[in-house]
Design a protein around this ligand. Structure first.
Ligand code: PHE
Length: 516
C-alpha cells in the first residue's frame, strides 16, 4: 500500500516537473477543478427533479444524447481555444480576431454577475450546516414551519454575513493561484463531495419506502417524453456544464500539453452527469420515504430536505443534515472559484497587477453587489418589475447571455477558425482521437450551434408567453431583455474602443498560426 502511494507521489512529482507551465500541474488536478466547476446547484436541485418529472430513465437517455451532441462539443470548443491561446478569455478572442473581443468581455461580465448571486445560496447552505452542527435554528428541536424558518432567514441581514464568510473561502482559494489554490482545493473538495454523497445515498436507501424515490428518478416512462423534454434536457446540459461563459476557456488556458481536450470534455460530461444522478439518489429516496412531495430549486434543499432531517430527528437528523449541507457548500465553492478565477485571470494578465489585489477587487465588488441582492429579500424589500434581484440577474445571465456567448463561440470555432486548423491542439494521434475530431468538427459547425439557437428561441418564447413562473408579467420580461441588452452593449462598446485603440497592436492569427 505504502509503495503504491509512494509511486503515485513520485509520478505526480515528475509530471509536475515535466509540466512546468503556469497552469494545472496534473491531469487529475485539472479534471477535479473542471468537474468542480460543472458540479453545482444545477446537479443537486434541478437535474434530479427534471428527471423525475420528465420520464425518468427516458429523460436520462435524452439528456445523455444532448450532452454528447451539444454539451461535450461546445465544451471541447471552449477548452480548445483556451488551450491554444494560453491566455485570458478576452485575449483568447482577440487572438482569433479583434472583432470578436466582445464575446470575451461577455465571457468576463457573465461569470462576474453570476458571482454576485450564486454565493448567496452558498451562504444559506453555510448557515444550515452550522445550524445542524450547533443544534440551533433549523437544527433545533421542535421546528414546525420550515418554510417560515427559511424565508425568515434569507430576509435577515444575517444572510449577508454568511455570504461574506462563504465568499471569503472562495477568495482565499483563488488568492493562492491555479496550482496551489484551485487545483489543491479541488483535489481535496471533490473527493469529499463524493464521499458525502455516498454516505447520504446509503442512508437514504436504508429508509423504509425509499424505493419510491428511486422509481421517481429511474423508472422509464416514455409517455412523458415530448418535444419539450428534449428542450428541457438541452437547457439543463447547458447550465450544468457551465457553458457559454469564460470558465472552460480560462481552465483550458491552464491545461498542460499532456492534457487532451476531447478526452477531458468527455470525462467532465460523464462525471457531471453521474454526480447529478447520484444527487437524485441521495435526495429523493429520503423525501419519498417521509411522504413528502418532491420540489425543485431552493425549496427542495432548504425546505423539503430540512423537513426530512427534522423528521429523522435527534443526533441522526443533525448529522445527516450537516453532511448534506457540507456537500452543498463544497459543490457551490468549487463552482464559485471558477467564476472568480475568470475575471481575476483577465485583470492579472491585462493590467499586470498582482493576483492578491485582483482577487480582492473582484471578490469585494461581488460581495458589495451580492450583499445588496441578499438584503433586498428583507431589509430593503427591493424588487425590480415585480421580481426579486436574484431571479432577475439569474435570468439575464442564464436565459440570455449564456446562449448568446456559447452560440458565438461555436460559430467562431466552426466557421471562422475552422476545425481543421485546430487539429494539433485537439491531439489527433490515435485513430480513435482522429475519429473523435472528425465527429467534433461536424457537430461544432452544424449541430451544436443549431441546438443552442433552438433552446434560445424556445426560451424566449416561454418567457414571453408567461410560461416562466418567476416572470409572469411583461414588466419582468422587459427588465430581463433590457438588463441583457445593457450588458451586451457594454461588452460591444468596450470591444469597439479597444479595437480602435489597439488596432495596430493585436494582429489576428491566421491559418497555420492558429494551430500553435
Ligand atoms: N454548472 C453549475 C451547476 O450545475 C452551475 C454554474 C453555472 C456554476 C455557471 C457556475 C457558473 O450548478
Amino acid at each position: 500500500m505504502i509503495k503504491v502511494v509512494k509511486k503515485v507521489l513520485i509520478m505526480e512529482e515528475t509530471m509536475t516537473k515535466q509540466n512546468n507551465h503556469r497552469g494545472f500541474s496534473s491531469k487529475f488536478g485539472f479534471m477535479m477543478a473542471a468537474v468542480g466547476s460543472a458540479v453545482g446547484l444545477g446537479n443537486l436541485w434541478a437535474f434530479p427533479y427534471k428527471v423525475g418529472n420528465n420520464g425518468g430513465a427516458a429523460f436520462i437517455f435524452i439528456y445523455i444524447i444532448m450532452a454528447m451532441l451539444v454539451g461535450i462539443v461546445a465544451m471541447a470548443g471552449e477548452l480548445l481555444i483556451g488551450k491554444r491561446s494560453q491566455s485570458n478569455v478576452v485575449d483568447t478572442f482577440a487572438g482569433i480576431t479583434p472583432k470578436s473581443k466582445w464575446i470575451g468581455y461577455l465571457g468576463i461580465i457573465v461569470p462576474f454577475f453570476i458571482l454576485c448571486y450564486y454565493p448567496i445560496i452558498g451562504g444559506w447552505s453555510l448557515k444550515y450546516a452550522w445550524d445542524y452542527i450547533s443544534g440551533t435554528g433549523v437544527g433545533a428541536v421542535g421546528v414546525e414551519d420550515y418554510g417560515a424558518v427559511f424565508s425568515g432567514f434569507i430576509a435577515s441581514p444575517q444572510a449577508a454575513i454568511f455570504l461574506a464568510i462563504f465568499l471569503a473561502f472562495v477568495f482565499i482559494i483563488v488568492l493562492f493561484g491555479v496550482k496551489k489554490g484551485i487545483e489543491k482545493a479541488s483535489k481535496i473538495l471533490m473527493p469529499l463531495l463524493f464521499v458525502c454523497l455516498i454516505i447520504v445515498i446509503i442512508y437514504g436507501l436504508t429508509l423504509e419506502g425509499s424505493i419510491k424515490g428511486v422509481e421517481f428518478i429511474l423508472k422509464p416512462d416514455f409517455s412523458k417524453v415530448t418535444g419539450n423534454t428534449v428542450l428541457t434536457a438541452l437547457g439543463q446540459v447547458f447550465f450544468s456544464m457551465s457553458l457559454g461563459m469564460g470558465i472552460n476557456i480560462a481552465y483550458g488556458s491552464y491545461m498542460g500539453k499532456n492534457m487532451k481536450v476531447g478526452h477531458s470534455a468527455i470525462m467532465v460530461g460523464v462525471m457531471d452527469t453521474c454526480m447529478a444522478l447520484l444527487a437524485g439518489l441521495a435526495i429523493f429516496p429520503a423525501v419519498f420515504s417521509f411522504g413528502l412531495k418532491p420540489a425543485e430549486g431552493p425549496g427542495l434543499l432548504f425546505i423539503v430536505l430540512a423537513e426530512v432531517f427534522g423528521a429523522i430527528g435527534g443526533v441522526g437528523g443533525r448529522v445527516f443534515g450537516a453532511i448534506f449541507f457540507i456537500l452543498v457548500i463544497v459543490a457551490a465553492v468549487t463552482s464559485c472559484i471558477a467564476l472568480l478565477e475568470v475575471p481575476v485571470q483577465f485583470i492579472v494578465e491585462k493590467f499586470h497587477i498582482n493576483r492578491k489585489l485582483a482577487s480582492v477587487c473582484v471578490a469585494g465588488a461581488a460581495f458589495g453587489i451580492g450583499a445588496f441582492v441578499s438584503l433586498s429579500f428583507g431589509v430593503t424589500q427591493l424588487q425590480i418589475a415585480g421580481s426579486n434581484l436574484l431571479d432577475l440577474i439569474d435570468a439575464i445571465t442564464n436565459k440570455m447571455l449564456l446562449p448568446i456567448c456559447a452560440f458565438a463561440t461555436c460559430m467562431l470555432v466552426g466557421w471562422y477558425i475552422k476545425p481543421k486548423n485546430l487539429a494539433d491542439t485537439f491531439d489527433t494521434e490515435k485513430p480513435i482521437a482522429k475519429f473523435g475530431f472528425m465527429a467534433w468538427s461536424f457537430l461544432v459547425k452544424f449541430v451544436t450551434p443549431l441546438g443552442i439557437a433552438i433552446i434560445f428561441g424556445f426560451g424566449l418564447y416561454d418567457l414571453f408567453t408567461g410560461a416562466v413562473k418567476e416572470f409572469p408579467t411583461i414588466e419582468g420580461q422587459i427588465a430581463i431583455v433590457v438588463g441583457a441588452a445593457i450588458l451586451l452593449v457594454l461588452a460591444i462598446a468596450i470591444n469597439l474602443t479597444t479595437y480602435l485603440y489597439d488596432k495596430h497592436k493585436i494582429k489576428p492569427l491566421k491559418g497555420a498560426e492558429l494551430t500553435k
